[in-house]
Structures are given as C-alpha cells and as structure tokens.
Write a protein that binds this ligand. Sequence first.
Ligand code: HAS
Ligand code: CU
Length: 579
Amino acid sequence: MTFVDEYPAQARVVRTAFWASFAALALGALFGLIQTLHRTDVLRIVDSTTYYTVLTGHGVFMVIAFTIFFLVGVFHWAVTDSLERGPVDMRLTWTWQGLMTLGSVLAGIAILAGFTDVTDIDADVLFTFYAPLGAHPLFYAGLAIFIVGTWLAGANWFRTWWAWKGDNPGARIPLPTFMVLTTMIMWYISSIGVAVSVLVFLLPWSLGIVDSVNPLLTRTLFWYFGHPVVYFWLLPAYLLWYILLPKLSGGRLFSDPLARVVFILFILLSTPVGIHHQYLDPGIAEGFKYIVMTNTMFLLLPSLLTAFTVVASMEHGARQRGGEGYFNWLTALPWKDPAFTGMALAGAVFAFGGFTGMINAGMNINYLVHNTFWVPGHIHTQVGTAVALTFMAGSYWLIPQVTGNRLVGRGLGLVQVVLWFVGIVIMTNAMYRGGLIGIPRRTAEPRYDGFEYEIAVGSVTEIELQTALGGILLFVSTVLFLGIMVATALNNDSEPIVDAEIPPPLSGAEDGPAILDNLKLWVAIAAVLVILAYAIPLAAIVDGGGLFGPGIEPFDPLPSVGSRIGLEATLEFIATLRH
Ligand code: HAS
Ligand code: CU
C-alpha cells in the first residue's frame, strides 16, 4: 500500500506543500544563476543595484520558502504515517497551509516589486533582513504571517499526537513523530526571537509607528533565531537520513534511542549559540562571545552521533545485500537509486560543511572569514547540499508515495544528484578559497578596480570562472529535477511503485529510557539555557542603545514599570559588569 492509498486527504496536504516548495526552488535557482553570472562578470542580465533584489529573492525563496514548505510536507507525511492517522482538525491543516502560502506571496511581492520602479514597494534587505536595512511593511507582514502558519502546523501535529496518546496510553512516541515534535519545540523556542524583532520593532518601524530601532538589538534577536533556523532546515533532512536511508540501503536503523538523544541535543544546544554570528558586532562583551564559542563546539556532538548511527545503518543494509569486508560493503549499496545516492552524497558534503562551521565558530579565525565569500561557501555546502540535495533525493521516493505515480526518469534522477554534487563541489571550493583571500560576500562588484588579488593558487579570474561554472551546473541540475517531478506528477501508467513500509529499528525505543520522551523536561532545560545565554547580553544591549535606538532612554515608554520592578538597579549593576 502506498501513502496516497492509505491517506488520500493527507497526501493532498503533502503534495500542496511540496509543489509550493518546488515553485520557490525554481524561482530561487533562477535568481541564483543570474547573481552568479553577474558577480563573476560572465554575464550581466540586471544592473548592479537590481542585483540586491535578486540576492534577496535567492535567499528568501531558497532558505525560507523552498526549505520550510518542504519541511512541513515531510513532517505531515511522517506524523500521519507513524501515528497511522490524519490530523484531528482538517480546517487547522488547510489554515496553516494557507497562511504559509499567503505570507510567502506577500513577501515575494515585496521582493519582486524591487524589479520595477513603478511602486515604492521594496525589500532589498537580503534573507537576513536585519536593520538598519529597511523593507516595505508588506515584506515584514508576509514573514510574520508565514511564521504564524508554521506555528499552527506544529500545533496540528501536537494535537494529532495528543489524540493518538489518548488511544495508546503509556506507549513510546513513534520515532518519526518524536523527531517532528522535538524539531517543532526547537522552532517555537527560537522563532520567538524573530517574531519579537519583526512584530515589536521592524514592522512598526516600517509603518512609521516608531521612529527608529536599535540595530544591534534586532540583529541579536535575529541571530537568537538565526542559528537554530539552520537546524530547522537540517532536521527534516536528518529525519530522511534516519528513516528512509536505512530502508533504501536494505537494512534497518541501528539505534532508535540514539536518534532521540540527537534531537534532544538540538533542542538544548541550538538556541544559546546565535551570538557566534556576531563575533564582530560591537556592544556585546567579549566574555559572552567566548562563552558562545565554547557552547558552539558542543554542536559537533549530535552530528557526529548522526554520522555514526546513519552509516552503521547503511552498513547493516549493505551486509544484508551480501556486502563484506571493512569497506567493501560500500559497493553493495544501491548506488543506482537516485534517492539513496543523493542522500549519501548530501551527507558526505554535510561533513565537510560541518567542519567549516567549526572554523566559522572559532572566534579568532572567524575574523578572517566573516562577511567574505567563505560564508556563502559554508551556506551552500550546508543548506545548499546537506538540506537541498537530501530534499531532492528524498522526493524521488516521497513523490511516488504521495501521488501514486511511478517515478519517471529514474536514471536521469541519478544524473541530477551527481550533477548537483559536482556543481556544489566546484562552486563552493571557489567560494571558500575566494573568501580566504578576502573576496567579499553580498556584493555585486566584488573586485576593487585595478587591484588584482595576489593569491598562492590560481587567480581571481580562475576563482570567478569556477564559481560561474558551478552555478551553471547547479541550475541545470535544478531544471532536471523539476522536469522529473512534473513528469512523475503527470505520469499515469499503472506500473507498481515502491512499498511504503518502514522497517523497525535494530534497537527500538524500548531499549532507551522513557525519560527521553519527557518533552516537558527538555523544554524546561532549554528555557534555562536560553535565559543564561541571552538575559544579560540583551539587557546590556538595551541599556547601551535603548529599545528603539540610541538617544532614546531604554525604557522611556515604561518609566513607572521600570522603577517598580527595580529595572534601573539591575541595569546599573550590568553597566558595572561591562566596564
Ligand atoms: Fe553554519 C553561518 C557555524 C552548521 C547554515 N551557517 C551560516 C550561515 C548559514 C549557515 C545559512 O560559528 C550564514 C548566515 C549568514 O548569511 O550570515 N554552522 C556552524 C556550526 C555548525 C553549522 C558550528 N550552518 C550549519 C548547518 C546549516 C548552516 C547545518 C544549514 C543547514 N555557521 C556557523 C557560524 C556562522 C555560520 C559561526 C557565522 C559565519 C559568519 O561569520 O558570518 C555545526 O552544526 C556543524 C556540526 C557538524 C560538523 C561535522 C561533523 C560531522 C561529521 C559527520 C556528519 C555526517 C553526517 C552524514 C551526519 C562539525 C564528520 C552521514 C549520513 C550520510 C547520509 C552519509
Ligand atoms: Cu550559526
């Protein structure tokens, strides 16, 4: 039985989310090609001011719309399939789907309006949209509506689990649902930061309700959210690596309890480290930055555990297929299957991108790479491959499940994932090397007239040609992927498709302590860690630059509240800490 046979209404919800995701991928990839050819001086389709509209579009459509629409599709599939039931309330389901679509359309209009000068609607604020860059209110309103949509999606899945729990008292949470709920807990905790930044500061500022904002405060609230959001993108990829990859390998998941530990570690470790994006920001004490750097190093752990579990599961599968030897078993894996090979290549690139993340996290070496072309190198190995390539590879198994159609172009799918891998290796290699010689990121004109970079290996021209070549290969790969998706959606031959059965893990939930499922405990610990990490830096930032910007007393609007709860005394104490 396929998923669409068992849950036709839920398959429709998943398909709707996936097609929204693929539409965003198509737009984002087109913008990616335009900007790559522009900044390498290979081909100029837009002028250098419009470049920033293109760059904003590429970022928002790729890392917000493409990833998060795909995420809600995967999560809806995972909860329905593992709890063997649809949501309690389908109206809530279509409400969150509608809000996410409305929000992305509004933000998209604000961005695309930047191509015309017939309106004053503009949003060239890049995907991080932090002040002092300011966008049209439509952009912020769209983002806010989109995030509310994701919050309701999470509520939908919690309600489904709650109803299932009532019918299965004392049962452990099925692993796919556990992964969805823990990821949503991390999302609720972290998205508070961006919700406050947008709703309390940036949207009122863009509407003229407040005259100014404190850029360091809105930036810090953004990065409070900005590091965990990378795991919001990564964890659906992890879910596919843990749930699908063992099955595709012909084996079973090595350890369910270890997978639960990994997702709990992301709840606890991901939010308290956002200041590692702000090592060069003034106004945050070095001591805090040093603490954040140390905390960031702990983030290696969940990824290393994942590498161990996932590769062990692959080895188990290979040996069931007759694989032998220390490494020879690798040849027994299903390398002709685009779903398997795409995810394995994505995992390999993730390892490399993860280590560049550790380099980013080193406070002193970060001074060398921050705001250089190195960072987009890291971005494209991580979101651009670990996540994006896993999503595309996972689609080769999921789309037949939610359409009931056999995959069209399986061989072409294999070409597509390998082409993506080759393109990303070429492009990011150039980005990383370019960053190390100081080529800046986020600029339409990265070369300083007449100033040739002296570099040990190759030349700027060679780096720029590599970047352009990699970008072109990625664009071709995207077109291939979207073509296969459309052909499969339209395919109505009656050929049988892969079965939906996910085999049970080798070591099940019962082998791990029940406390792992105590979600309230993990929320409480995470809240304490967040308060420890952010209370004093945020208080110091407000003390130094006010809630709404310098020159405006921190709590002008709240003098009576401040004195009553001793806020002034606390701030005086913090001020002594800073000197
Ligand atoms: Fe990052 C900047 C640090 C992971 C995305 N990161 C970014 C930006 C983005 C991003 C979008 O400390 C740019 C934001 C902007 O525009 O300014 N990042 C880290 C660290 C990790 C990390 C420590 N990043 C990610 C992931 C992302 C992502 C995942 C997206 C999905 N990142 C930073 C820092 C900056 C930064 C600074 C700021 C730079 C600056 O100055 O602006 C860690 O999570 C990495 C942990 C992982 C490893 C690898 C060890 C794991 C191994 C095995 C893994 C293999 C597996 C696969 C699991 C250390 C060896 C096996 C399975 C198979 C299928 C085979
Ligand atoms: Cu980060």
